[in-house]
Design a protein around this ligand. Structure first.
Ligand code: ADP
Ligand code: MG
Length: 247
């Protein structure tokens, strides 16, 4: 199965029924994502980007169509198997960071490992390592309120990384950030991409999509175009330890 793409979807349809109305959030999408791709999913609000991301992230099931993750038919996975895939293979990042308030960066990053039953010692070590990796090794004890927006998103990225995922799924990760901070977050994602992590990023901003090596554009639940490009390099010299912007 070595030649199987990481993600392969065929004719995905997602229908929402509301008050007798049918809404096709996905209307026949077929595509593959290879290991190591850095994909941006673009499109206007309501075009189906988040629905697509939620299906790829096994957070939602399509109404019809097929989804193979590394050759495995996702429709045949049990609830437990799906949870395991989400915990072990996928890391999620959202626009609103989704961090617990009054909880340190370290504890926020430890949270998924608490659910996964990782012993405390290993949990601390891995969380600290993930935070160092995103340039926040000096801020382990800070709560979200004591961090800038960009730093909060980096904590969320560290939390996505602790499970050692193959794929990071990021839905509008820069949507709540100013443009300079957005570039910092994109530089970090590009760095993770260079380390071999597959990245699927939803954005409606062309500037942000320019950092990806492949842009999928959606309209009305359909895939309008699929373009490979030379990515812009996010112009931040280093987002790693010691080089972060002052808070
Ligand atoms: P995007 O992320 O591109 O803004 P979405 O995937 O969130 O778009 O939504 C696509 C369409 O599906 C929109 O018209 C949206 O209103 C609709 N939709 C999304 N989620 C639901 C839901 N849970 N129930 C009903 N309609 C939904
Ligand atoms: Mg969305």
């Amino acid at each position: 199965m070595a030649s199987e793409p990481l993600v392969r979807v065929e004719d995905l349809v997602k229908i929402y029924r509301m008050g007798g109305q049918e809404l096709r959030a996905l209307d026949g999408v077929s595509l593959s994502i290879e290991l190591g791709d850095f994909v941006a999913i673009m499109g206007a609000s309501g075009s189906g980007k988040s629905t697509m991301m939620n299906v790829i992230g096994c957070l939602d099931r399509p109404t019809s169509g097929r989804y193979f993750l590394e050759g495995r038919d996702v429709a045949r996975m049990s609830v437990n198997q799906l949870a395991e895939v989400r915990n072990r293979q996928l890391g999620f990042v959202f626009q609103s960071f989704n961090l617990l308030a009054r909880t340190s960066a370290l504890e926020n990053v430890e949270l998924p490992m608490i659910y996964a039953g990782v012993p405390a010692r290993e949990r601390h070590a891995r969380a600290a390592e993930a935070l160092r990796r995103v340039g926040l090794g000096e801020r382990l004890d800070h709560t979200p309120a004591q961090l800038s927006g960009g730093q909060q998103q980096r904590v969320a990225i560290a939390r996505a990384l602790v499970g050692r995922p193959k794929v990071i799924l990021a839905d509008e990760p820069t949507g709540a950030l100013d443009s300079r901070t957005s570039v910092e977050v994109m530089a970090l994602l590009q760095e993770l991409g260079r380390e071999g992590i597959t990245i699927v990023l939803v954005t409606h901003e062309p500037d942000i999509a320019s950092y990806a090596s492949r842009v999928l554009t959606m309209r009305d639940g359909r895939l309008l175009s699929d373009v490979r490009q030379t990515p812009h390099v996010a112009a931040v010299t280093q987002v790693t330890e010691g080089a972060e912007a002052t808070a």
